[in-house]
Each structure stands twice: as structure tokens, then as C-alpha cells.
Design a protein around this ligand. Structure first.
Ligand code: NAD
Length: 244
């Protein structure tokens, strides 16, 4: 049986890291990206190869830069015929008043969180269309639908991902390519290391499940979406312990 290739952006830590382990455990070939942590990603790739016997290509660089994404897909051509599953996971937050945000900071948040999704989808789709199958899974946020004070740019980028998911799902359904998003609530990763112990406790109390989600729970849902029925498309699925 043909082994499927999954590209996971932002795979050096957090949700992307956990997703890489989940896909490796099912025998997928992996293409892993992150921004800076080249050595860490290569060590991780070697561990996945050793523990699960899977092939792994690593490629560090800025996923918000379209030219880098072109380079990444050129490298993929020597590794695999194409990408069967695309997990657009890389993301950054920005906390602060919109009025204090510079144009450069706004652009950085939008490029990293949203333009990266455009670029990876654009370059992954032709192979998926030729195969008449493919899965695109976008990692969004609860803030993409309800908005967060002092995270306006991040909320706008994630709201953009939600709309892109729904539109692209319609565009690609005739080609048997499914596009879905996961709107995470609070997941216990480095992205939330800024919270003090008291803030964590207060936030946990607001969440009906009474706790933060884990990267492994997000990874489990990502893998399930990669293996879900083809009739499931265009959905933004909340993973937030009943919070929103
Ligand atoms: P994290 O900070 O632990 O990891 C982020 C990953 O993205 C890292 O591997 C980093 O190298 C990579 N990355 C950042 N900028 C990049 C760039 N320009 N190019 C390539 N890679 C880049 O974050 P996480 O919590 O695992 O978040 C993963 C995704 O989940 C993000 O899209 C985030 O917005 C989303 N999300 C997270 C939470 C949460 O509570 N943790 C909530 C909602 C949504």
C-alpha cells in the first residue's frame, strides 16, 4: 500500500510536535517544518525514524515567506511524489492594543498565521488534484470566531483561516479534497507559558472542562480528520473543553 506523506508546519514543539508523533505512529512519511530550531527538529526526526521506522524530511524556515514555501515544496519533490495531508499548524500570537501595533507587527502576524496557509495550500493542491484525493487541516483558534481583546490581529488571522477553510472546501470538494479547521481553545503549550500560576487557575475555572487541553488531544483530532470520511469538509471544529 502507498505510504501517505503529511506536511506539518510548526512541528518543533507543541501541537505540531504531538501531531508528528501521532502520524508517525500510523506509518505516514513526514515533512516537518519549524522556524529556527534546526538541530532540535533533526534530532526529533531521527527519533521518529528510529521509533516508528518512518522517513522524515526536515526543512527549517519562515513559512510566512512565500519564497521559502516554494523552496520547501521543491525539496519535497525529491522526497515524495507530493503531500497527501497538509497540516497548517505554524502560528504566533501577538498580545497588545491594536493602536500600539506597528504595520510591520500586523503584517508579521498575518503572514505567519494566514498567508502561510494560502502558500502551503496553493503549492499542495496540484498534486492532490492529480490524485483526486487530499486532506487539508488548518489549526485555528476560538478567537477566530469570537475575537479576543488585545489579540485583534491574531483573531483576524484565525477568522481568515476559518473563512478560507469554508471557501476552499467548496472549491476543492469536486476534486475529492477535504478542508477542515480545528478551533483550539486553550492548549497547554509554550504559547501559553506567559500565564502566571494564578492566571492559569482563573482561566481553567472559566473552561467547563476545568482544565487546559493537551497537545496530544489536538494531535488525536488532527489525525482523526486526516482519516475522516470524505463527506466531512468545510467544518471549523471546536476543541475547547466546552469553553466557547
Ligand atoms: P507553539 O508556540 O508551541 O509552537 C509553534 C510552532 O510554530 C513552533 O514549532 C514554531 O517554530 C512554529 N513557527 C512559528 N512561526 C513560524 C514561522 N514563521 N515559520 C515556521 N514555523 C513557525 O504553539 P502551539 O500552541 O503548538 O500552536 C500551534 C497552533 O495552534 C498555532 O497555529 C496556534 O495559533 C494554534 N492555537 C494554539 C492555542 C494554544 O492555546 N496553544 C490556541 C488556539 C490556537
Amino acid at each position: 500500500m502507498k505510504s501517505c506523506t503529511v506536511l506539518i508546519t510548526g512541528a518543533s514543539r507543541g501541537i505540531g510536535h504531538a501531531a508528528a508523533i501521532a502520524f508517525a505512529s500510523k506509518g505516514y512519511r513526514l515533512v516537518l517544518n519549524c522556524l529556527h530550531s534546526k538541530d532540535m527538529l533533526e534530532t526529533f526526526a531521527a527519533e521518529l525514524g528510529r521509533d516508528y521506522g518512518v522517513s522524515v524530511l526536515t526543512c527549517c524556515g519562515d513559512i510566512g515567506d512565500y519564497h521559502f514555501v516554494c523552496e520547501l515544496f521543491n525539496r519535497i519533490k525529491n522526497f515524495s511524489p507530493g503531500v497527501d495531508v497538509l497540516v497548517n499548524n505554524a502560528g504566533i500570537d501577538y498580545i497588545g492594543l491594536l493602536s500600539d501595533m506597528s504595520l510591520e507587527e500586523w503584517d508579521h502576524v498575518i503572514r505567519t498565521n494566514l498567508t502561510s496557509v494560502f502558500s502551503c495550500c496553493k503549492l499542495a493542491i496540484p498534486y492532490m488534484v492529480s490524485q483526486k484525493q487530499g486532506k487539508i487541516i488548518n489549526i485555528s483558534s476560538a478567537w477566530g470566531s469570537v475575537g479576543a481583546s488585545c489579540e485583534a490581529a491574531y483573531s483576524a488571522a484565525k477568522g481568515g483561516i476559518n473563512a478560507l477553510t469554508k471557501a476552499l472546501a467548496k472549491e476543492l470538494a469536486p476534486s475529492n479534497i477535504q478542508v477542515n479547521a480545528i478551533a483550539c481553545g486553550v492548549i497547554d503549550t509554550d504559547m501559553n507559558r506567559c500565564f502566571s500560576r494564578e492566571e492559569r487557575a482563573a482561566l481553567s475555572e472559566e473552561i467547563p472542562a476545568g482544565r487546559f487541553g493537551t497537545s496530544e488531544e489536538a494531535a488525536q483530532l488532527i489525525l482523526q480528520l486526516a482519516q475522516s470520511p470524505s463527506y466531512l469538509t468545510g467544518q471549523v471544529i471546536g476543541l475547547d473543553g466546552g469553553w466557547i
